[in-house]
Design a protein around this ligand. Sequence first.
Ligand SMILES: C[S@@+](CC[C@H](N)C(=O)[O-])C[C@H]1O[C@@H](n2cnc3c(N)ncnc32)[C@H](O)[C@@H]1O
Length: 398
Amino acid sequence: MADQEVLDPAAPPALHLLSAFLATEPGESILSLARACGGGSLTETVQRFVWDHLLKTADGNGCAPYMKKFLKKLIMEIESNHGNVLDELYEQYASYMTSLKEDNIVKENARVCKCLSFLFPSGCSELQSCARPRKVIVPLQCSLNMLEGDTGCSIWPSSLFLSELILSFPDIFSEKSCFEVGSGVGLVGICLAHVKASKVILSDGDLSTLANMKLNLEMNQLNTETTLSETTSENPRVVKCIHLPWESVSESELQDYMPDIILGADVIYDPSCLPHLVRVLAILLKMKSSFTKKSEEGCENPSNHIKANGVSQGKDPHLNGLDRSNSYANSVISSTGPMAYVATVIRNIDTFNYFLELANQADLTVADLTGVMRPLDLLPYMHSYDRSTIRLFSLSCK
Ligand SMILES: C[S@@+](CC[C@H](N)C(=O)[O-])C[C@H]1O[C@@H](n2cnc3c(N)ncnc32)[C@H](O)[C@@H]1O
């Protein structure tokens, strides 16, 4: 793109630059998007946009260390290419130099507010729900330390994927009671509330994660309930956040919840937790199955009917692109019985195979939906998010 008078913040590529900055993407990634706005270089128009839309308005919202680092990279690149740096950029950098001490920049458990913008492609007339907005913005407080709160205070890629899935196929989740395990920062729950799930129950085993999750829900204008046993209201603006360590939660504690859909993002990584996780998933899946079967056919235990033997592939591997995904999605919507969607990066194949073995022992069917149910790419500006590494599985019992 040639240098021009102003860049439109509502249209790509400037929209992507702005969204990446609000999501606190790495400096290199912001610079590459900025270059794309200037046809390959950091022109004065691009610098003016950066100043007006990225730096001037965001100043003072707690992201100063991030902005200082980014400004340094930006100025260095412009100077090394013998370009003219806008005075405002120099002045802002100088003010950070005096106001921010270096050791604040990488403070151990420092929190940042990331604003994720899910950008819907234009011309959505072929999609399921055309009335949805073009952009869903989710502010989230997260830690810069991936391990804080037993890993639950930062955003993991599989929750980005599940969020895209929910926003791409709202009809699967709307009017459904949804229960998430290991919810972390609460992003998936915010998306579920957005598509009007009838109930949203989020859970985590770590108390500091739970406190951070509640804060995030409130930042997104959602009310929270925290008791385990009280009946959950069917109000999509109310999200239940419960302390649920997989090791100690009892079947009777879970019996109040008969979710239609169970979700989990990046929860398959610690082999010592997996037997407990699978137990919780099996209880939640069988709760409603047995209830439904009992009312339909008497008191048979559904777990006696189907045994999993490893992972079965999605039935139609040719499904590809929106229309075909929609037809698969429709078959999911119309399927009876509860279903779990687990998105995961397989970091250790032995750990994942152990999960499959445990699911098999618990009479759960696992299907690989990765190539079958593909969400829209709603985070096109987020270079740090590599969706090709994420696998999607469904778990069910019959
Ligand atoms: C890798 S993080 C993923 C968080 C979130 N789902 C995401 O994708 O961003 C794993 C989450 O599972 C939770 N978790 C780990 N072990 C758990 C256990 N035994 N019981 C309950 N929650 C657990 C952690 O507290 C953390 O929130």
